[in-house]
Each structure stands twice: as structure tokens, then as C-alpha cells.
Design a protein around this ligand. Structure first.
Ligand SMILES: Cc1cc2nc3c(=O)[nH]c(=O)nc-3n(C[C@H](O)[C@H](O)[C@H](O)COP(=O)(O)OP(=O)(O)OC[C@H]3O[C@@H](n4cnc5c(N)ncnc54)[C@H](O)[C@@H]3O)c2cc1C
Length: 499
């Protein structure tokens, strides 16, 4: 076993993936998790036979999991299987027009009749651009460790060529003529807490990621993935401690010496990795000694992205649908502009929100007990920098949502509720440690400055590393898995350099 002691703060996907990589290399690794349960946004709640995901559900780019397991000398398929599904989602527009989003544009054309001839041509040229962005961004940027100066030089070098100085919505508007398709191909930044009117072209690689690898759900739910990661980490000798909230990463002379927990105990470490939201890491775990670190100043300047309100329902009967619904439905409001202004500028709850309506039983029969139905709604909502009093508003908003949902079902939801649960921005902050409840850490970069995550190796504290949604390359399961790989490759390179 290598003698370096590594402490990882947080057992989210980033912490566990980095942990597995490091124990596979023979390092001594301890993960400290503040909650009684691991996983952060990968957590699942099981209540009376209903299974709800706290966060992630869909897996794209599964080869990243395969690589992680191979590196640990394991076969991912021995731990969990993936079930691909199509369409990836169904978009539903205000007049109940529907559009099935398949990973292959040819299938989209076969299954939808929303297109004008111009839009048919536009679909293929949009996918071409998405492919170019994907090739450049996924392989040359996301899969590599990035330093501050590379951040600055990366975008101009290729954005000039692709003429992508536009926001996601502007790009979609440049390709498509129908407003529905403009909204559909421009909404991607909302999936990461960003404003489609500001956030840049990086998100336009999402259709290409789906084209390459499709979308899958883990058989047995995200719990299977989390259990698999925990088993592999432990099988290889990793240690994980729960109810162990870190209050401070102790830094002397730009070197992290370990962490202090809320109970006052201290754990020394040669390397500290934080999987806690990067904004919280710098604002609260590092700044406690008030030294003047540039990363702390930067973190204070960054704007946290949107939060999410997640509402789960367990019903005593199957759902009768007024319109045919898919497993994942993306519901567009009457006026996306108004919704975006409410969300990002007025910071209020929109009466007519954009939301994702999930019916887990359509993709996973075990998500609810026999004869019952589970239902989840995910809505981007303002983070806690707004004036919303969530202690009061969550319940009012939940009641409003029930009314909205009646639009899609004949079944009387209220009469048939067995289980209800929700996560609001307050819980995102207190339970997950996400600064101001921002569900995906900082606001994604703007069209002009699209790269704004922190490098995986802290630039001013030399043995501090960052993984997870707020660090390079950013949120989502693939993003966080790539970030963990990048952080560990930098740790290994640094260890070799100092031998
Ligand atoms: C509602 C929602 C839906 C999503 N859906 C998808 C999806 O379908 N597909 C997809 O690819 N991605 C999805 N994502 C994104 C994906 O889930 C996240 O980007 C990823 O899981 C974040 O992992 P992370 O490593 O940043 O850690 P996090 O999940 O943020 O976990 C951080 C961990 O650190 C712990 N912690 C915090 N503070 C401390 C402290 N002081 N001391 C010790 N421990 C601490 C927390 O308790 C937590 O366990 C979704 C996210 C959300 C919120």
C-alpha cells in the first residue's frame, strides 16, 4: 500500500469514483460523509415499496462506468446492468403538441410530424454542429485535466471555427423555424441550472452524446449503482465514515494538512479531495482561516445556478393519462421567456413552469408496488439568493403542482396519494451542502465565457483537489466521472514528480 494518506470529503459520485481509482492504485483512502447515508445526488429513497431518486436517473456514456470498474479489476456487469430506452424523452408543448426525442435524428423524423421541410434539413445540420462541438469538447476538454491557462485558450481556438458565440437558445433559433423546436433544441442548459438565453454552446453537445451512447437506466434503480460503487471501494480497502461532517480543510502555507470535523476531531492527510460543492468548499471549508486565496475570491464572485424542486408521489392506483406520456416528459410552458425571467431575474416561482414529469414505472416496473404508480416532477426553481420563504412556499407550490398535473391525468391524484416527498432548495443546501441550494453548483458559463468550473487541482493550495459538479468538466454523471479521472491522473503525476 502506498504511504500517502488521502482524505475525500463527501461520498457523492465524484468522491466515490475518485476513491475507487485511488484505492485501485494502492493509496490509503478515507471518505468522510456528513450524512448517515452515502451518494449525495445518487441517493434513492424507498418508502413502502415506492422507490424515488433524489437526483440522477439517466445514464449516458456508460463506458465511463465500465472504465472505472475495469481499472479496479472488476466487471461492471457483475454489479449492475443498464437498460437502454427510447425515446429519451417526450417534449410536450402548451397546446399538447408532442415531440418524441430519439437519440437518432432519423428516428426523430420517422416518429414526429412537427417539422416543416426547412426544419427537416435544419435537424441534420444541427446534429452536424452538435457532433463537431462534441468531438472537440468531449475528447479534448472534458476528458483531460485542465489548468487555468488552458481554460482561457481552449474556447477561442475552436469557437471561431464553429461560430458558436451564441447561447443555446440562439443557436437553436438560428437552425429551426418553429418556436417549439427552437425551445426544444435550446433548453439544454436548464438541465444544469443554467439560463438557455445566456449559457453557451457547450450544452449543444448533449444531442451528440445521446446519439453516440443513447440513454439508459440501471436495472433495479440508481441504488444498484451506488451499492456497486460502495462495494468496490470497500472491497479494495477503502474506508468510509458516515455522520462525519467536515467543518474545515486545514491549510498552512498553501498546503492542506488535513480536515477538522464538526465534533472537533482532526484527521491528518497528505492529500485532500473535496467532493463538496466547489462554491461551498471555498466559501466555508477553506475560507475559515481567512487567508487570501485566489480560489476563495473567485468562488465568491461566481454566481450559483438554479436549484430544483423535486416532488415525488406514490399513488394507490395506476394512472389514467389524458395524453399519452413517456417515461420522461419535458413540459414546456406557454411562454418560456417569462419562465426564464421568473427563474433567473425575478427569482420567483412561475405559475406556468417548465418541468420534467417522470413516470418511473414506464422504464422500471419495480419502482412502485404492484397495482400502484410512482410519479416524480423536477422543476428548476430559484436558488436561495431570492426572497422565497421555502418553509412556507414548498407546501403551496406542491399544491399548485398537483393542480397542474391534473392536466395530464384523469386519475384524481389527491384522492389516491399514499406517499409524498419533496426536496426544495433549503434541503439541497442543508442535506447536500450545495451553496444556496444550487443543484448543479455555479451557473454554467455564458456564451462569451463558457468555461467556468474550477480546475480539479486547486491552483493555490497545492495538495487540494476538487471533484464533483462544481469542478472541471462539470455536473452530470459523465461529467463527474471524467472529473474524478482527471483529478486522480493529476495526483498520480504529482506523486511521480515528487518521488
Ligand atoms: C434533481 C437532479 C437530477 C439529476 N439527474 C441526472 C441524470 O438523470 N443524469 C445525470 O447524468 N446527472 C443527473 N444529475 C446530476 C448528477 O446527479 C450530479 O451532477 C452528480 O451526482 C453530482 O455528484 P457530486 O460528486 O458533485 O456530489 P454530490 O451529489 O453533490 O454529493 C456531495 C456529497 O458531499 C457530502 N457533503 C457535503 N458537505 C459535506 C461536509 N462538509 N462534510 C462531509 N460531507 C459533505 C454530501 O452529503 C454529499 O453526499 C441530476 C442532479 C439533480 C440534482
Amino acid at each position: 500500500m502506498k504511504s500517502l494518506r488521502i482524505v475525500i470529503v463527501g461520498s457523492g459520485l465524484g468522491g466515490l469514483a475518485a476513491g475507487i481509482r485511488l484505492v485501485s492504485e494502492g493509496y490509503q483512502v478515507t471518505i468522510l460523509e456528513k450524512n448517515a447515508l452515502p451518494g449525495g445526488c445518487l441517493r434513492t429513497k424507498e418508502i413502502n415499496g415506492f422507490r424515488f431518486n433524489y437526483g440522477a436517473e439517466i445514464i449516458t456514456a456508460p463506458f465511463l462506468f465500465d472504465q472505472l470498474f475495469e481499472l479496479a479489476g472488476k466487471n461492471r456487469r457483475d454489479y449492475f446492468d443498464l437498460l437502454p430506452f427510447e425515446p429519451v424523452f417526450q417534449a410536450i408543448f402548451p397546446d399538447k403538441k408532442r415531440f418524441a426525442f430519439f437519440s437518432d435524428p432519423k428516428k426523430m423524423l420517422q416518429w414526429n410530424n412537427l417539422f416543416s421541410q426547412e426544419d427537416e434539413r435544419a435537424l441534420f445540420s444541427y446534429f452536424q454542429t452538435s457532433g463537431q462541438i462534441f468531438n472537440k469538447v468531449f475528447y479534448d476538454y472534458c476528458l483531460k485535466p485542465i489548468q487555468e491557462k488552458t481554460f482561457q485558450s481552449f474556447v477561442p481556438s475552436f469557437s471561431k471555427k464553429l461560430q458558436t458565440q451564441k447561447s443555446s437558445l440562439q443557436i437553436a433559433e438560428a437552425y429551426f423555424t418553429t418556436p417549439e423546436l427552437q425551445n426544444l433544441f435550446g433548453f439544454w442548459p436548464l438541465l444544469a441550472g443554467g439560463n438557455p438565453k445566456d449559457s453557451g454552446f457547450l450544452f449543444d453537445m448533449i444531442p451528440s452524446i445521446l446519439y453516440h451512447w443513447g440513454a439508459s437506466i440501471p436495472v433495479g434503480g440508481m441504488k444498484r449503482v451506488l451499492d456497486a460503487l460502495l462495494s468496490v471501494f470497500r472491497e479494495l480497502g477503502g474506508d468510509i465514515l458516515y455522520n462525519s461532517e467536515v467543518q474545515e480543510i486545514q491549510v498552512f502555507n498553501r498546503t492542506a494538512s488535513g480536515v477538522r470535523l464538526v465534533d472537533g476531531s482532526i484527521r491528518h492527510a497528505d492529500i485532500v479531495i473535496s467532493d463538496v460543492d466547489a462554491l461551498s468548499t471555498f466559501r466555508f471549508l477553506i475560507d475559515s482561516d481567512k487567508s487570501n486565496y485566489a480560489s476563495v475570491t473567485q468562488a465568491k464572485e461566481k454566481i450559483p445556478g438554479a436549484s430544483v424542486f423535486t416532488y415525488h408521489l406514490g399513488l394507490s392506483c395506476p394512472l389514467e393519462e389524458k395524453i399519452s406520456l413517456a417515461g420522461y416528459n419535458v413540459i414546456f410552458p406557454e411562454n418560456l421567456d417569462v419562465f426564464l425571467s421568473d427563474l433567473f431575474h425575478r427569482k420567483t416561482l412561475s405559475a406556468d413552469p417548465f418541468f420534467i414529469l417522470k413516470i418511473p414505472s414506464k422504464t422500471d416496473v419495480y419502482a412502485s408496488p404492484h397495482g400502484c404508480e410512482a410519479l416524480s416532477v423536477v422543476i428548476p426553481v430559484p436558488n436561495l439568493s431570492g426572497d422565497i420563504l421555502w418553509e412556507r412556499e414548498s407546501y403551496i407550490f406542491r399544491t399548485h403542482l398537483l393542480e397542474l398535473l391534473q392536466d395530464y391525468f384523469i386519475t384524481d391524484l389527491r384522492k389516491n396519494i399514499l406517499i409524498e416527498d419533496f426536496t426544495d432548495p433549503l434541503r439541497m443546501w442543508t442535506e447536500n451542502g450545495s451553496y444556496l441550494g444550487a443543484a448543479f453548483s455555479m451557473m454554467p458559463g455564458s456564451a462569451k465565457k463558457p468555461l467556468n468550473r474550477f480546475p480539479n487541482r486547486c491552483k493555490d493550495i497545492h495538495n487540494l483537489y476538487l471533484v464533483g459538479a462544481g469542478s472541471h468538466p462539470g455536473p452530470s454523471i459523465p461529467g463527474v466521472l471524467m472529473g474524478a479521472a482527471n483529478a486522480v491522473s493529476q495526483i498520480k503525476a504529482e506523486a511521480l514528480r515528487t518521488i
